[in-house]
Design a protein around this ligand. Structure first.
Ligand SMILES: [Cu+2]
Length: 227
């Protein structure tokens, strides 16, 4: 990956992250407009001849520079709240995966099937194949079907971890004694990576997350192979 590509958001994998990306764009456009205006005003004030230095008050302009920022903030707050509730929404999940954070690996349990649960460890450099991402590849990936609403139940067994996949727009804390819930739908097939994003100890950097999205037939075949 080239470094300038890493500065932007990853290509979206779920409908939620598509909306998050659009919201990010809206905020960036707004910030650019505001900063440009303010920079213009600052430069104008520096280079002018102080013709208005005896001006004490001007009600009209004060009204304008109060109301316009209020409108800008409302324009940002409305979609932000809408998005917050949308992310939290769980309509009808078809598959439940329980994620348990450990020092230092992830355990995945497919609660709809009797036998499918496994640990997911980082793949050491000596076992990497050509094209694998160093520090991101794991020995057992999560297999998830596309176009299916998936519910994630996230917890931890020792300290707080955070299960994060940027392409999915998912970042959820794994807290011992608590079960956090999150739902998402994957729109396309592929392999996507994430990392723990809560400092959880010495090997915090070495518990990556790899999620492989497949079509529903391959998923059923995979579950059968696990029985
Ligand atoms: Cu962790």
């Amino acid at each position: 990956m080239r470094s300038w590509i890493q500065l932007s958001l990853q290509d979206s994998l779920s409908p939620i992250i598509t909306i998050i990306s659009s919201f990010h764009d809206l905020i960036m456009i707004t910030i650019t407009l505001v900063l440009t205006t303010i920079r213009y005003i600052i430069i104008f004030l520096i280079i002018n001849n102080y013709t208005n230095r005896n001006l004490k008050d001007a009600h009209k302009i004060e009204l304008i520079w109060t109301i316009i920022p209020t409108l800008i903030l409302l324009r940002l707050a409305t979609p932000s709240l809408q998005l917050l509730y949308l992310i939290d929404e769980s309509i009808q999940p078809n598959l439940t995966i329980k994620v348990v954070g450990h020092q230092w690996y992830w355990r995945y349990e497919y609660r709809d099937f009797p036998n499918i649960s496994y640990d997911s460890y980082i793949l050491p450099r000596t076992l990497l194949n050509t094209g694998d991402f160093r520090l991101l590849e794991v020995d057992n990936r999560i297999i998830a079907p596309i176009n299916t609403e998936i519910r994630l139940l996230v917890t931890a067994s020792d300290v707080i971890h955070s299960w994060t996949v940027p392409a999915l727009g998912v970042k959820i804390d794994a807290i011992p004694g608590r079960l956090n819930q999150l739902t998402f739908t994957i729109k396309r097939a592929g392999v996507f990576y994430g990392q723990c994003s809560e400092i959880c100890g010495a090997n915090h950097s070495f518990i990556p997350i790899a999620i492989e999205s497949v079509n529903i037939d391959s998923f059923i075949k995979w579950t059968k192979s696990k029985f």
